[in-house]
Design a protein around this ligand. Structure first.
Ligand SMILES: C[S@@+](CC[C@H](N)C(=O)[O-])C[C@H]1O[C@@H](n2cnc3c(N)ncnc32)[C@H](O)[C@@H]1O
Length: 209
């Protein structure tokens, strides 16, 4: 059922869903393997879709952790609500761009782990920048952020498909960006693991692309 929901939403709004099928278990595993999950108190997931990564994340998070899940798509959000009953999860039906408001409203000041499946390549540069500008103040030197990006690397720019390289973008925000390829996914994907070694830098407008 969730596969049907996923494909149908992908056909309806591809630029938001940014994928044709949910992530494979191999991609989900790679997205989580470098996160400091054993010591995580607060985790955030951006773009949970039908929960391919969420379920794996919950299997690994400690009992006293909280997972804030941001999902903008109404059908995916409803699907997550039906399928996840775990007191550690706060499902939030809004854009990841509202994370600062949503986290502060819940008294959160620090986030240990962030898993993002957002189609960053499909977001206008200004939105991407706003997202990182809001996220970085919540991170500390042991926080880890992961993001995947399909290896074809395509993005829409003014209605045209163009190739986008994710690593340079992430390096503008993080001190360390490591990547690996997960072949067992449709399509195969780069998984980026990003860390800050210092207090988040001031984010100037020159970072917008
Ligand atoms: C590529 S899919 C990944 C879904 C799932 N995590 C997986 O790996 O199968 C991207 C997801 O991000 C959601 N999304 C896109 N833009 C968003 C935004 N600004 N805020 C929150 N969710 C967003 C889409 O609705 C979709 O569920």
């Amino acid at each position: 059922m969730s596969l049907k929901t996923f494909v149908s939403e992908a056909l309806t709004d591809f630029s938001t869903v940014a994928a044709v099928t949910p992530s494979s278990k191999y991609l989900a595993h790679a997205m989580l393997e470098h996160l400091p999950l054993a010591g995580t108190r607060v985790a955030v997931e951006f773009g949970a879709g039908t929960g391919a990564i969420t379920h794996e994340l919950l299997a690994q998070l400690p009992r006293n952790a909280t997972l804030f899940v941001f999902e903008i798509n109404r059908r995916f959000y409803d699907c997550l609500r039906r399928n996840i009953s775990d007191s550690r999860v706060a499902l939030i039906h809004t854009s990841a761009e509202n994370l600062d408001i949503e986290l502060r409203r819940r008294g959160v000041q620090r986030v240990d782990a962030v898993v993002s499946s957002l189609g960053l390549a499909f977001m206008p540069g200004r939105e991407r920048h706003a997202l990182f500008q809001k996220l970085l103040p919540f991170l500390h030197e042991r926080s880890v952020f992961t993001q995947y990006h399909y290896i074809h690397g395509l993005q829409f720019v003014e209605g045209r498909l163009r190739q986008m390289h994710m690593a340079p973008l992430l390096r503008r925000y993080f001190d360390s960006v490591e990547s690996k390829i997960v072949w067992r996914n449709l399509p195969p994907a780069h998984v980026f693991t990003c860390r800050m070694h210092r207090t988040p830098r001031h984010l100037g407008s020159s970072l917008i692309t």
